[in-house]
Design a protein. Structure first.
Lengths: 203, 392
């Protein structure tokens, strides 16, 4: 089954949130995936800090990020003044209408630089749709389903990468991508992924 | 949609509480954002609006987020400094326990607020300590509370549930330093909160809970840390200990049970003590000291048992057999959150009220730990599985 990645312009800067960074790291193929992706990838400082805090729990997300930064695959970026204004509006107010720093800064930076914000988070996507209708958004699957990534990894390794993201990273999958994911990894492996809805696991 | 900006004074107050909770001085915080200490003071007093970049740097310094500082429902209460003011601020174990209690309470209250849940409180009236015999007052107040709760003279089988369900106290049973039995704090916004040590046996926890209940009755506005070796060096402590004993082992019932269990015997045996302690859900030592206090056996009886090999858990198991109380929830107590917090978090996430990042921050978890919790609650599978719906 085909899954059209929203990353169809190779010149677009892609800004990934913590959720996406964790999922990509969990694939076990993050370096190959980013190498195959023509777009520049960035994470904001708040995301890098959140991954850094994961060290206390023995997570290797910060090490993976540092390796990718050193290899020139990812940039760690800082908000400019217009971005800070947008960031502040996304973090202040009622809980239901605000986001945590990493999520907010990712959106703010994408707006500031006309980039695509990658966030695997329903609430963040809802807020983006309500407030910033023109902002291009996507999720981890948009990277994994990219033609370049599929060609570089091949079907079998791509299926392993998606399964690992689900199994190790407990990746969330939007309904529109569910069939592509299950067709790729198969029902047997889908049944092992508790982050997938029960109805999908018991197909 | 109009968004409410928190006012400068609120932000300043939250910054002060966040700084004090992390133990960072004003001078260090000021240096962290390259301002004079007087400027930081003005920010904390709400006299000078903090700039966005300063806020980001302070949030990082205080190990929190800008969102946690500016979110309307965030709970900022200075519980940790209150415990520090007890005079043992250098004690790392106490500080860790105080932080744990503060984090659990703040998370629970914020999640309740976000979900619109109002926790029922049914605190008994305060009974300030009066001049005179403090133990007699504690006995009297414990009896009064028993009647108020409709307990009569019956043993309390599960004090934690009674505190939570009948009184509305927030009780957390978590693994903390073995030298600490429990913590108690009261705040108008948060209510009464207790942290009991899951590393202690259930009977010991009941006694700690009884002691802290005494503080709720008599001195609820003072935070308290109960140590395992705490001496009764104040009237407040004598009251709390006596209250706990009287509440868990009420005089008339102890006398009655003692007579039943020792009927026909010429000596107080280990078997008697094990059965009595089991009947009241308290430790064997607490039981013997109580019957000493009530002159049902001579003073020094417990010391005699200790000098003669004590009363062991093995002996208790031999006497009680299948009646041996199970130590439930030990594994759960080692986790960073509670089952209730997990359910509240999952519900807030399911309703799209809080994002993954916000929840991880509120619960002091990393994203993968949070995802595991959300998966375990099976929120996404609920409706698809056709589970029964609850009434609105």
């Amino acid at each position: 089954m085909e899954c059209q990645s929203s990353l169809n312009d190779p010149t677009t800067l892609v800004v990934a949130d913590t959720s996406v960074a964790i999922n990509l790291n969990a694939t076990g193929f993050v370096a190959s995936i980013l190498e195959a992706l023509p777009n520049r990838i960035a994470v904001v400082e708040a995301v890098a800090l959140e991954l850094e805090n994961g060290r206390r729990r023995g997570r290797d997300g910060a090490d993976a990020l540092n390796t990718l930064v050193a290899a020139g695959r990812i940039d760690i970026v800082r908000l400019g003044n217009p971005g800070i204004e947008c960031f502040t509006s996304l973090v202040s107010g009622s809980a239901a209408e605000t986001l945590d720093d990493g999520e907010a800064a990712t959106i703010a930076y994408a707006l500031e630089h006309e980039a695509t914000a990658l966030i695997d988070e329903r609430k963040a996507n809802r807020i983006c749709a309500e407030r910033y209708g023109a902002l291009a958004t996507g999720c981890t699957i948009d990277i994994l389903a990219h033609d370049g990534v599929g060609a570089a990894l091949g079907h079998s390794r791509l299926a392993d990468a998606v399964f690992n993201a689900l199994h190790r990273g407990r990746m969330r999958v939007q309904t529109c991508h569910m069939d592509w994911v299950v067709n790729l990894i198969g029902n047997e492996r889908a049944a092992q992924c508790v982050s997938l809805p029960a109805a999908v696991r018991t197909r | 949609m109009a968004r409410e900006e928190p006012n400068t004074q609120d932000v300043g107050n939250r910054l002060r509480i966040a700084r004090e909770a992390t133990g960072i001085t004003q001078a260090d915080a000021a240096a962290g954002i390259d301002v004079a200490r007087t400027t930081l003071l003005a920010i904390e007093k709400g006299q000078r609006r903090i700039r966005p970049e300063e806020l980001q740097r302070l949030a990082r310094l205080y190990a929190t987020s800008v969102n946690a500082l500016l979110r309307r429902e965030s709970v900022y209460v200075d519980l940790v400094p209150r415990f520090r003011k007890l005079g043992t601020s250098t004690n790392v174990a106490e500080d860790a326990a105080a932080r744990l209690l503060a984090n659990l309470v703040r998370a629970e209250v914020e999640l309740e607020n976000v979900l619109g849940i109002k926790r029922a409180r049914s605190y008994p009236p305060e009974r300030p300590i009066m001049p005179g015999d403090v133990r007699a007052q504690a006995e009297n107040d414990a009896t009064e509370l028993r009647h108020w709760l409709g307990l009569g003279q019956a043993p309390v089988r599960d004090l934690v549930s009674l505190l939570e369900l009948d009184l509305g106290v927030r009780v957390y049973v978590r693994s903390i330093d073995p030298r600490i039995s429990g913590l108690f704090a009261y705040d108008e916004d948060l209510g009464a909160c207790m942290l009991l040590n899951a590393n202690h046996p259930r009977e010991r926890r009941a006694q700690s809970g009884g002691h802290e209940l005494g503080h709720l009755i008599s001195t609820r506005r003072s935070a308290e840390i109960l140590h395992t070796d705490k001496e009764e060096n104040s009237r407040e402590e004598r009251y709390a200990n006596a209250f706990g004993r009287a509440f868990l082992t009420p005089t008339r019932t102890v006398m009655q049970r003692f007579r039943e269990i020792t009927a026909g015997a010429s000596h107080l045996t280990r078997r008697h003590v094990i059965l009595l302690a089991h009947a009241f859900g308290v430790s064997r030592e607490a039981m013997v000291r109580r019957v000493e206090e009530l002159d049902l056996t001579k003073r020094g009886t417990w010391d005699w048992f200790v000098a003669n090999g004590g009363i062991t858990d093995t002996q208790a198991r031999q006497v009680l057999g299948d009646l041996t109380p199970l130590e439930m929830g030990k594994q759960d107590a080692d986790r960073p959150t509670t089952l209730r917090l997990n359910l509240l978090a999952a519900e807030a996430w399911r309703q799209g009220l809080l994002s993954e990042g916000q929840l991880a921050r509120i619960l002091h978890l990393d994203r993968l730990d949070l995802r595991e919790i959300l998966d375990n609650v099976e929120i996404e599978g609920g409706e698809a599985d056709g589970m029964p719906k609850l009434p609105e």
